[in-house]
Design a protein around this ligand. Structure first.
Ligand code: GDP
Ligand code: MG
Length: 135
């Protein structure tokens, strides 16, 4: 069965949205097969976000992702990679569709910083790589 990595980012954990996010995953029929709380290091984030490491927003992303604990989950199900991306919604909270996690719960502070609650793997290959990094 396919697996994906879901991260509830520090804004989601700090705002008490862990249960809300996990409930949405479970209500969709996916199975949480592993779960833990982690504090990310810059080194781990550099590996996780390797495609963004050289981008201008990377320092802000590291600050955001190290601002508190993260809840990491391995989620299993049929076409779960696509499915959890779909439940997550598009990157920018302002543009993410209502009904998605980011559309319903994410925040844009208007300062260039966005808080979009979750990460989810974008392909089965990314999922395998990211699960190995976080678990
Ligand atoms: P995702 O796959 O939908 O999470 O989006 P990306 O892979 O494009 O970016 C990874 C994460 O970096 C996003 O979820 C945001 O938290 C952050 N991010 C992406 N683009 C920007 C940006 O332009 N500014 C800031 N501050 N953060 C960004
Ligand atoms: Mg991405």
């Amino acid at each position: 069965m396919e697996k994906t990595l879901l991260l509830i980012k520090p804004d989601g954990v700090t705002r008490g949205l862990t249960g809300e996010v996990l409930a949405r995953i479970e209500r969709k029929g996916y199975t949480i097969v592993d779960l833990k709380m982690v504090t990310a290091t810059e080194e781990l984030l550099g590996e996780h976000y390797v495609e963004h490491r050289e981008k201008a927003f990377f320092p802000d992303l590291v600050e955001y992702m190290t601002s508190g604990p993260i809840v990491a989950a391995i989620v299993e199900g049929a076409r779960v990679v696509e499915g959890v991306r779909s439940l997550s919604g598009s990157t920018e909270p302002t543009l993410a569709a209502p009904g998605t996690i980011r559309g319903d719960l994410g925040r844009d502070w208007g300062t260039g910083q966005i808080e979009n609650i979750v990460h989810s793997s974008d392909s089965p290959e990314s999922a395998a790589r990211e699960i190995a990094l976080w678990f």
